[in-house]
Write a protein that binds this ligand. Structure first.
Ligand SMILES: NC(=O)c1ccc[n+]([C@@H]2O[C@H](COP(=O)([O-])OP(=O)(O)OC[C@H]3O[C@@H](n4cnc5c(N)ncnc54)[C@H](O)[C@@H]3O)[C@@H](O)[C@H]2O)c1
Length: 251
């Protein structure tokens, strides 16, 4: 029986790399994203399925899971990966942006976990991976909603891991520092423009300042860890937060 995986935010960056990696392992992969054009391209390239999903909407989360169960009859792996950044001091932080960020990066992972739970418990097997961040472990200024959502996601990971143990479901969080994706490339461009410096300077003096290894992480490094956690060798690993951070949080 082919295993079935849902990857949210699978149209771009880390999610795209995870979708490709799971597909290469022979899984049926569902790319769930709000970006239709890019999502369809990824899904077609991996012979997977694209389902247009707006994770900020509760109905859309429900419809995603219902459609996958209807079409495939099972869900083995859930990758809660979709997310976005908004940078602003708390005093000026848009309340709508706060709501939207919490909805996509914390509420949607909870809802999808809840909705796939009956299917995974029935199968007595499941793997849930939540894409947190080093900002799930430590804070940076001007990222209140992002930091709050990612800290919350690590809490959800631990709570779900405790409940999943008896059902063969493992739940883990990944905590990367800066990965080479459109999300980061846009941040570098914005900071360079704002501070009137070139992008290399932003990379070295801002983004990688606290890192022991002065590199952006490649998406493939993240998807390799996802494959390991989803394999039989990951069966005893649950409730953990995996840092992949070039030594960022070692100090
Ligand atoms: N890139 C990094 O350095 C980095 C570091 C730590 C954690 N992360 C986390 O990894 C995840 C993926 O980030 P990325 O860098 O690949 O970003 P990305 O921008 O390349 O991809 C994110 C995807 O999420 C999708 N998305 C956003 N809002 C959505 C919504 N409402 N409904 C459905 N899809 C939605 C986007 O359309 C996009 O395809 C995010 O949760 C991010 O917080 C990224």
């Amino acid at each position: 029986m082919k295993k079935v995986a849902i990857v949210t935010g699978g149209a771009s960056g880390i999610g795209k790399s995870i979708a490709e990696a799971l597909s290469q392992e022979g899984l049926d992969v569902i790319v769930a994203d709000m970006q239709e054009e890019a999502g369809l391209v990824v899904a077609e390239a991996i012979s997977g399925v694209f389902i247009k999903t707006d994770l900020s909407k509760r109905d859309s989360c429900r419809q995603l899971v219902d459609q996958v169960i209807r079409d495939f009859g099972r869900i083995d792996i859930l990758i809660n990966n979709a997310g976005f950044q908004h940078v602003s001091p708390i005093g000026d932080f848009s309340e709508d942006k706060w709501d939207q960020m919490l909805a996509v990066m914390l509420t949607a992972p909870f809802l999808l976990t809840k909705y796939v739970w009956p299917c995974m418990t029935k199968q007595k097997w499941g793997r849930i991976i939540n894409m947190a961040s080093i900002h799930g472990l430590v804070a940076s200024p001007n990222k209140a909603a992002y930091v709050s959502a990612k800290h919350g996601l690590i809490g959800l990971t631990k709570a779900a891991a405790l409940e999943g143990g008896e059902h063969g479901i493992t739940v883990n969080a990944l905590c990367p520092s800066y990965v080479r994706t459109p999300l980061v490339e846009n941040q570098i461009a914005d900071l360079a423009k704002e501070n009137k410096v070139d992008e290399n300077e932003v990379l070295e003096n801002v983004l990688l300042k606290s890192a022991a290894i002065k590199n952006l992480i490649e998406p493939k490094e993240i998807s390799s860890l996802v494959l390991f956690l989803c394999s039989d060798n990951g069966a005893s690993i649950t409730g953990a937060s995996w840092t992949i951070d070039c030594g960022w949080t070692a100090q």
